[in-house]
Design a protein around this ligand. Sequence first.
Ligand code: FAD
Length: 399
Amino acid sequence: MPGGNRLTAPGAGLDGADLDRTARAVVAAAAAWARDFVAGRAEDWERERRFAREAFDAAAAAGFTALTVPVADGGSGLGPVALARVFEEIAAVDLAVAFSLVCHNNLAGAVSRLAPPALRERALPALVSGEKIGAFLLTEPDVGSDVAAIGLTAKRDGDDWVLDGDKAWVTNGTAAGLLSVYAQTDPSRGHRGIAAFLVDVPADAASAAAAGVVREDPYPLLGGHAAGVNGITFRQCRVGDDDLLVPPGEGFAAALSGIDLARVLVSAMCCGMMRTALETAVDCVRRRQAFGARVADFQGVRFALADVATDLEAARLLAGRAARALESGETAALAAAHAKKFATRAAERRIADCMQAMGAAGARRDHPLPRHLAMARLTQYMDGTTEIQNVVIARALLD
Ligand SMILES: Cc1cc2nc3c(=O)[nH]c(=O)nc-3n(C[C@H](O)[C@H](O)[C@H](O)COP(=O)(O)OP(=O)(O)OC[C@H]3O[C@@H](n4cnc5c(N)ncnc54)[C@H](O)[C@@H]3O)c2cc1C
C-alpha cells in the first residue's frame, strides 16, 4: 500500500465493518483490555508457568466471560464474526489468555444452549459472572482425534452415575470449577453411548479428591502456560441425572457441534498474532540500519514481509468467510477447516519470518513474538489437528 502503513486491506473478511454498535464496543473494549491489562503481564505468566488467574478475574469484571450467552441471560450475545474479532484482538497480545477465555465462553454458550432448565439455572449465572471457570473435557491420554473412542466411563449406580477415567489437555483445568466431561455410558454403542456431564468441582484439592476429582499439575509446555492446561482424573466420581448436560446418544454430536466456531476462533487468534508480528517487524526494520541503509530497504526483507502481509490477508479472508457462514446459519465445516489449516500454518511460518527480519532482536522476550511463535505451533493441535482439517477438506473433495 504505497505510502501507507495499513497491514491489511479494508474489506478483509474479519474487518467486522458490519458489526452493530454494541459488538463494535465489545471488540474495542477487548482490544483496550488486552493492551492495558494483559500486555504487561503475559511474559510473567509464561515465565512463572502458571494459570493467569488475575487475567480471568479481570476479564470477568469487564464482561468477557459471557460473550456467547444471550443478552437475556446476562451475556453479550455476540455472533461468530464479533467473537472472532474479540479473540483476534486478545490473541494479538496473548493467545493463551485468549484461548482460556474461548474455552470458558464456549462452555457458557453450550450451557445456555443445551442444558436442561434446572441445570442451566444452577450453572449459568456462575459462568456468566466468572465466579466459576469453565472447561471442556473431551481428549484423553490415549484418545484425541478419534473422539468416538473415548474411554472415560459413566456407569449407572442406582439413581447416580459414577465417572471413572482420565482426561488430558484440559484448558483451564488447573483452576476450572465447572467441567463438561464427555463420558461413555455404553461402550457397545460406540459414539451413540457418549453423554456429557457438568461436574461442579470444589476449588480446594482435598474436597475435590473426596468428590473423586484429582487435578494434575499444569503440563510443562512449549508455551501457553497462562491457559492452565493439565490432566484431570475421575475416580468413583458420583454425579446425578440433574448433572447431565447432554444425554447419552447426543454427546458425540454435542461435542462436535461447536467445533466449527472453535476452529474459526483459532484462525482469528492466529491472525491476531500474525498482525502483531508484522507490526513489530515493520517497526524494527524501519528503524534499524545496516550497510548504510535501513533494513527496510533491503529487497529480501521487503519481500519477506510482503509475503507475511499476503498470508495475513488470506487468513483473515478465510476466517471471515467461515465466521460469516456460521453467522448466517450456513454449513461452515469446510470453510472452517480451510481457515484453520491455513491460518495456523501461516502463523507459525510467518511469525518466524518476522523474527528473522528483525535479526537476533526477534528472539528477545521483550516483545511477544517468541510467545506467539510457540502458540502458533500449539494451535496446530487445538480443536482438531491440521491433518484432521485435511480429512474434512479431502472428504468434501473426494467422497
Ligand atoms: C494447548 C492445547 C489445549 C487443548 N485444550 C483442550 C481442551 O480444553 N479440551 C480437550 O478436550 N482437548 C484439548 N486439547 C487437545 C486437542 O484437542 C488434541 O490435541 C487434538 O484433538 C489431537 O489429539 P491428539 O493430540 O491426541 O493427537 P492424535 O489424535 O493422537 O493424533 C496423532 C497424530 O495422528 C494424526 N491423525 C489422527 N487421526 C488422523 C487421521 N484420521 N488422518 C490423518 N492423520 C490423523 C494427527 O493429526 C496427529 O498428527 C488441547 C490441545 C492443546 C495443544
